[in-house]
Design a protein around this ligand. Structure first.
Ligand code: ADP
Length: 463
């Protein structure tokens, strides 16, 4: 349990470290590509700035015209305004108008877009225009808006080949600061571009790294789960082995103890003079020796199967005849321990089977049906032959097997966990043996059971 938890915790820690490492690597890659894209678009913007020099007025021609036209009427209206509040409202209105015209009518975005495209770059940026100074010029200068960053008319004029980023951002590039001087106004504004495509471009550039990261994480998780499962399986087998050794000790000790007691009995003078008692004791010794022998043979045989391929000595036999023989001798052998009914429709089918192993298989199923029963055992044996298989179904009215145990009953050394396990003696090898024999014949065995109601074991063998 402790080992399992340690492995689990170490696995989780290793997994967390790996995820953190991957995140760091990806973030590093992300930053690098981000920086690269930023530098590329900054220098493209700069180039665009330079090439714009000649045609600068063109991109703001419409803006200039519309604003001149508008301000002409503004300067006529302004002297009529005496109220401060009204003046503030007017200023706001003027500012709004300027912003709208500037954003809607400028051709710079179009120019940049074409420039970028001609340079083989992406052109899905979004322009951002920020007015930093707006003055209406009449007899007096009326400041409509002035941003604190505005550094005076001279310094913020014309082309400076800027292409700076906005407050250290790598997504927004300041292409240039512009000044438009109209008949009745001076307008200073900054033109930025937002690189909206950047995120998807970075994703695309890094898709291989992302893929590799996810792939390596999946591989590590799979390896971890596989190792953990193996560890669990090892633990389960080791538990089964311990149980087996305990059971085997118990199973072997019982006949051995009987033989020892019988030996001691024979030493008694009172017994030695009584012939019938000697005979009874000899019979008991014989019976227990056979039982002991059977147990040892079973264990030896199973360990031999583990090492070599299972070899069958197959013969073609009439399956109904064989079943009748096996069931009859089982009935006699156990002294009519159960009410056994048989129903066969084999239609004279003949199958290739190893008689000795096949008998063991049926005997194991029948003796389990008797053993795992708390009332008078009623066992039903049905046999059918279809085109390809013979199928034998053994139904009992025993204690049944819970669902979680059903998957494991054919495992080596497995004994069901439910009920009082010590009440029913066994080594957990009988059904393992049954499965081995059935599969060695090219067939299979399955179980269907309801706890408290009984079990159905079905053996199929091709013929
Ligand atoms: P063993 O009988 O020696 O324990 P088996 O391999 O024959 O080993 O059976 C494995 C387990 O399956 C048993 O411990 C028992 O719990 C369960 N089992 C087998 N046959 C039956 C049956 N007919 N009815 C109920 N439980 C059964």
């Amino acid at each position: 349990m402790q080992k399992r938890n340690t492995v689990l915790i170490l696995g989780i820690i290793a997994f967390a470290i790996m995820i953190i490492a991957q995140v760091i690597i990806i973030r590093g890659g992300w930053k690098q590509v981000d920086e690269m894209l930023y530098l590329r678009y900054r220098s493209l913007s700069q180039e665009a700035n330079t090439s714009l020099r000649g045609s600068r007025s063109m991109v703001f021609d419409t803006v200039n015209y519309l604003l001149d036209y508008y301000t002409e009427s503004v300067v006529r209206e302004l002297p009529k305004i005496s109220d401060d509040k009204e003046l503030e409202n007017k200023k706001e209105e003027i500012f709004e108008y300027f912003s709208t015209v500037l954003n809607k009518e400028q051709d710079l975005s179009q120019y940049l877009s074409e420039y970028f495209e001609n340079q083989g770059a992406e052109n899905e940026f979004s322009p951002r225009i920020i007015v930093i100074n707006l003055e209406i010029l009449d007899a007096d200068t009326l400041v409509i808006y002035r941003d604190p960053s505005f550094r005076g008319r001279r310094s913020s004029s014309d082309f400076e080949g800027l292409a700076h980023s906005l407050k250290g951002s790598t997504s927004t590039i300041l292409v240039n600061r512009f000044r438009i001087i109209g008949n009745y106004f001076t307008l200073n504004f900054n033109y930025y571009i937002d690189l909206t495509f950047k995120r998807s471009t970075i994703f695309r550039e890094l898709s291989a790294s992302f893929g590799m990261s996810i792939f390596s994480i999946i591989i590590v998780v799979m390896i971890f789960l596989y190792t953990y499962r193996n560890l669990m399986e090892e633990k389960r087998l080791s538990n089964l082995k311990t149980d087996f050794i305990n059971n085997m000790t118990h199973e072997l000790k019982t006949p051995l103890a009987t033989i020892t007691v019988a030996g001691k009995t024979l030493e008694m003078e009172r017994i030695r003079t009584d012939e019938s008692k000697i005979l009874d004791t000899a019979k008991l010794i014989g019976k227990q020796s056979i039982h002991l022998n059977q147990l040892i043979n079973m264990i030896l045989e199973i360990s031999m199967w583990e090492r070599t391929e299972f070899e069958l000595d197959k013969k073609k036999v009439d399956i109904e005849e064989i079943m009748n023989d096996i069931v009859t001798s089982f009935r006699t052998g156990c002294g009519d321990c159960a009410s056994l009914t048989e129903k066969y429709t084999f239609n004279g089918a003949k199958a290739d089977i190893d008689l000795v192993y096949f008998t063991t298989l049926i005997n194991n199923l029948l003796s389990n049906a008797v053993k795992y029963s708390e009332k008078e055992p009623v066992i039903n044996i049905e046999g059918v032959a279809d085109n390809n298989n013979i199928s034998i179904k053994i139904t009992d009215n025993g204690i049944g097997i819970i669902r979680s145990d059903q998957k494991h009953v054919f495992d080596k050394f497995y004994r069901a966990t439910s009920g009082n396990i010590h009440k029913y003696k066994g080594l957990g090898l009988g059904l393992y043996y049954v499965k081995k024999i059935a599969t060695a014949h090219g067939g299979d065995v399955t179980v269907n059971s309801k706890p408290g109601k009984g079990s159905i074991f079905t053996v199929t063998i091709p013929y």
